[in-house]
Design a protein around this ligand. Structure first.
Ligand code: MF3
Ligand code: CO
Length: 274
């Protein structure tokens, strides 16, 4: 989403975090269905339909559909599209990289997650872009486990990208966000080091952390459809996202089936379910 969402932060009880976990698992299943549908020759609209079917089969609803008039259940953002691409008649081709962003609402609780996937074999630089962005997400998630203030997450994401590939750019106008009884809530979660420390991190804080990284310039424009965000220089972009809760004992990655166990273990952290 775009900047700037200030105001009160909604803190969740452990029972509410468990309800958000149920929503997060629906979003994870929808992304798995979308991933299975994303083959060379697949239409974007078919990927959207697969994700929507998984969400509805779980008794949930797609929270993107109808959001500010958004016409689909996922965002399908290929190559130079950074985020918010509308799935339609585009066809996935070998060599493309596609961000699929998806969310669900279950019992009033929202979740939001995204992956960037390679379609068949892609050029080595695109593989690096995908992996650097994915690692930056997990480094940001790991920072959330120990952070005193939300700003530490963005600092960790920027440090991660810079250390891996200094030539990549990080978008600044599009940021992560609080999430819970609505999809987009306070606070903003920027993906770069900032002088603003941000709100204090407390148990019950739930954030959608979502770095957006580009191969070239961070300048973007929005298509005439009012949604599709593209790089001006037509260089490629990657985007990864998870919904993550801070609990009494640490963090719990609500949109990852293992709660984050595998990736967090690499960073010396165990997930702490509510
Ligand atoms: N993860 C996206 C974001 O936070 C969700 C976009 S929902 C849409 O910006 F409906 F606006 F597409
Ligand atoms: Co989001």
């Amino acid at each position: 989403m775009s900047l700037l969402r200030r105001g009160r932060v909604e803190l969740k009880t452990p029972a509410q975090i468990r309800a958000m976990r149920a929503s997060g698992l629906v979003t994870a299943s929808a992304l798995a269905a979308a991933r299975a549908a994303l083959a060379p020759g697949a239409r974007a609209a078919s990927v959207d339909a697969a994700a929507e079917a998984a969400i509805r089969a779980a008794g949930a609803a797609p929270n993107f559909l109808g959001y500010d008039g958004y016409p689909a259940s996922v965002c399908f953002s290929a190559n130079d599209v950074v985020v918010h691409g509308i799935p339609g008649e585009q066809v996935a081709r070998v060599g493309d990289i596609v961000s699929i962003d998806c969310g669900a609402v279950l019992d009033g609780w929202h979740s939001d997650a995204a992956v960037t996937l390679a379609v068949g074999e892609v050029d080595p630089r695109s593989e690096v872009l995908i992996e650097v962005t994915r690692a930056a997400l997990w480094d940001g998630i790991a920072a959330f486990a120990r952070a005193q203030h939300v700003g530490e997450i963005g600092a960790a994401i920027e440090a991660s990208v810079r250390a891996a590939e200094p030539s990549f750019g990080i978008l600044r106008e599009y940021v992560g966000h609080g999430i819970g009884s609505a999809m987009h809530m306070a606070p903003d979660v920027v993906n770069f080091a900032s002088r603003e420390r941000g709100p204090r991190v407390r148990p019950g804080l739930v954030l959608a952390i979502e770095p957006m990284v580009v191969e070239g310039s961070t300048a973007t424009s929005v298509d005439a459809d009012g949604w599709t965000v593209r790089t001006v220089d037509a260089a490629r972009a990657a985007h990864w996202e998870h919904t993550v809760a801070r609990t009494e004992g640490g963090i719990w990655v609500l949109t990852e089936p293992d709660g984050g166990a595998a990736e967090l273990a690499l960073r010396g952290i165990d997930p702490a379910p509510a």
